[in-house]
Write a protein that binds this ligand. Structure first.
Ligand SMILES: Nc1ncnc2c1ncn2[C@@H]1O[C@H](COP(=O)(O)OP(=O)(O)OP(=O)(O)O)[C@@H](O)[C@H]1O
Length: 586
């Protein structure tokens, strides 16, 4: 428990100063929380004493006493306010910092990381985990540290008035601390189980939502619904089990404190009526007995939650300290834009799942030339493109861009030279404008519109309800496939990177769209180094170099004229393509 408190304080980093200043105000707030009670008891004591001696009480004295009482109350709230001013914003600042750090970290890990780590785990750590830290991290620390500071203030008052009463209060707090430590231990054991259940639930919900269209089209929920139901049930059962286990210790913690309060009251009466304690002090002690443990009671919730926070911090560390693929990378400006593979082997997966998909690949793509990669499905075309952008690292050999091994670059500096247009376009749930400007956020309006015009999407964008300010649904769901494709090309045109990697996606679009997309691609690829996973014969024929991939190896290379002249995979491929592209209705 104390370890987690220290860990949260360390997590505050540069905000520690604010946290400590907050603790000082918390201490004064505790001090002035006790003062009105003490003062009220003092007034009552005085009134009773005067009454007993038959003396009249001056109304000026009563007036002054009430003003002082109100002043103490005011000071208490003032220090509370100051504490909040210094501490409340810390967690929001920290979480904003950490969310950006996680975003940056995820950008810099190999894509293999996402395969090895379940998406639910990542999502849960970023959403639920960080949300827990944001909502509870600092609050729990304040409850814990502030609670004990408050207690110590009142304890000092009590001890000053009568050390025996102080001893009872310390004993009550010590016994309650034993139960708090048990709660904390119990919670430490359960927090990872709870977090795992939450991650499974997030993963199952995600899987269900992703597969909803399949679920609907087949009219049944199937395995995804079953695993979601199971995850919901598991989460409920684990939460209930934890709650039931926690209740008895919480009750014992409260019992220890309440018993100590009652003992203080009995001791105060005893000491007062046996003449060992002044009447006013007796009154003060009795009133403070209701107050002294007030700030310790909610600490059971802290002890319960601290382990959850600890677990969230573990996952945050895991995400942000994940080895970056470009940890040793440099910011490199390249002068040439050629691409080269030297003896590249590559495998997906790890351990038993490991499968080699590229075998000793060698290729050279001179700058400003067009290389078309062709080959059967699953032969390794996309993998070659992914290695150029360093989405993964080769097992052996070297992938070079502009004469440098891609491992020499930081991800950002490498990718600033590359634009990728994928078959499966992903657009963000944001305005059309922001989606186009994604690769060049400082683009002017004129540059953005020009890119959209070149990508043949300006006209349909202007027909949208809010034009460039229309918000596109998540993943670009509110647009047609062809429209999404053209917006992604506009994005690449605006980025104006010297190397373009293109996954030609004309197979599934209608002729009108195909024509527009081809026109957009021509604008995008002017004067660039182009690597295209090509399907259309027209594109392939015009390439300066065709690389035929089969089973993870380059089995043929050359121009179209050279390759059709010899029997082989390419010639077979061209024959089949010519037949299918020549196919007409009627
Ligand atoms: N993320 C991945 N994890 C594991 N294996 C993968 C992964 N991506 C691709 N593969 C496997 O690697 C091999 C090469 O895949 P790749 O996507 O590079 O082929 P491709 O030629 O681009 O196929 P297609 O034309 O169908 O897109 C395939 O056997 C595929 O199943």
């Amino acid at each position: 428990m104390f370890g987690t408190v220290k860990r949260i304080i360390d997590w505050c980093g540069s905000f520690k100063k604010n946290l400590y200043i907050g603790f000082i105000f918390s201490f004064f707030s505790g001090w002035f929380a006790a003062m009105p009670v003490i003062w009220a008891a003092y007034i009552i004591g005085k009134l009773v004493e005067c009454e007993g001696q038959g003396k009249a009480v001056s109304t000026v004295w009563i007036g002054k006493s009430i003003v002082i009482l109100l002043f103490f109350i005011f000071l208490r709230f003032l220090f509370d306010y100051l504490r909040a001013r210094f501490q409340e914003s810390i967690s929001y600042e920290l979480i904003a910092r950490d969310r950006l750090a996680v975003g940056d970290a995820l950008k810099r890990v190999s894509l293999g990381y996402f395969q090895n780590m379940n998406t639910g785990t990542i999502l849960n750590s970023i959403t639920t985990g960080l949300h827990t830290l944001e909502g509870m991290g600092i609050r729990m620390i304040d409850n814990f540290v502030g609670g004990y500071l408050n207690f110590i203030c009142i304890l000092l008052w009590l001890t000053c008035m009568n050390w025996r009463v102080g001893l009872i209060a310390v004993t009550g707090a010590a016994v309650s601390l034993i139960f708090l430590l048990i709660i904390s231990k119990y919670s430490t054991r359960n927090a990872p189980v709870l977090a795992a259940a939450n991650r499974d639930l997030t993963g199952a919900t995600l899987e269900y939502a992703r597969g909803l269209s399949v679920v609907k089209s087949f009219g049944k929920a199937g395995a995804s619904m079953d695993s979601m139901k199971k995850a919901c049930r598991d989460s409920r059962d684990i939460n209930l089990k934890i709650e039931w286990g926690y209740i008895p210790y919480n009750a014992l913690h409260l019992l220890a404190l309440k018993t100590a309060s009652v003992c203080i009251v009995i001791a105060a009466f005893y000491l007062g009526f046996s003449g060992q304690l002044d009447f006013t002090y007796m009154m003060i002690i009795i009133l403070l007995s209701f107050h002294v443990f007030g700030s310790l009671e909610p600490i059971a919730d802290c002890a319960h939650v601290l382990a959850v926070i600890d677990d969230a911090l573990d996952h945050l560390d895991e995400l942000t300290k994940e080895s970056f693929i470009d940890a040793d990378g440099q910011q490199i400006e390249i002068a040439h834009y050629d691409i080269e593979f030297r003896n590249v082997d590559f495998s997906y997966g790890e351990g038993r799942e490991r499968r080699q998909v590229l075998h000793n690949v060698n290729l050279k793509i001179p700058e400003y030339s067009v290389a078309a990669i062709v080959g059967p499905s699953g032969s390794g075309k996309s993998t070659i493109c992914n290695l150029i952008a360093r989405f993964y690292d080769a097992d052996s050999g070297s992938v070079r861009v502009g004469g440098h091994d891609v491992k020499e670059f930081t991800c950002d500096s490498l990718l600033s030279n590359i634009s990728m247009v994928f078959q499966n376009v992903y657009l963000f749930h944001d305005t059309v404008r922001n989606n186009i400007c994604f690769g060049k956020t400082d683009a002017t309006e004129a540059e953005m519109v020009e890119a959209a015009k070149k990508a043949r999407c300006h006209d349909f964008i202007m027909a949208l309800p809010e034009g460039y300010d229309t918000v596109i649904g998540e993943g670009g769901g509110s647009l047609s496939g062809g429209e999404k494709q053209r917006i992604s090309i506009a994005r690449a045109i605006l980025k104006d990177a010297p190397i373009i990697i293109l996954d030609e996606a004309t197979a599934s679009v209608d002729p009108e769209n195909e024509h527009l997309i081809q026109a957009a691609i021509s604008e995008l690829t002017k004067g660039k180094t182009i690597v295209t996973i090509a399907h259309r014969l027209a594109t392939i024929e015009q390439a300066d170099q065709i690389l035929v991939v089969d089973n993870g190896q380059i089995i043929q290379r050359g121009t179209h004229t050279e390759l059709v002249a010899v029997p082989g995979k390419y010639k077979d491929f061209v024959d089949i393509r010519s037949q299918s592209e020549g196919w007409k209705i009627g």
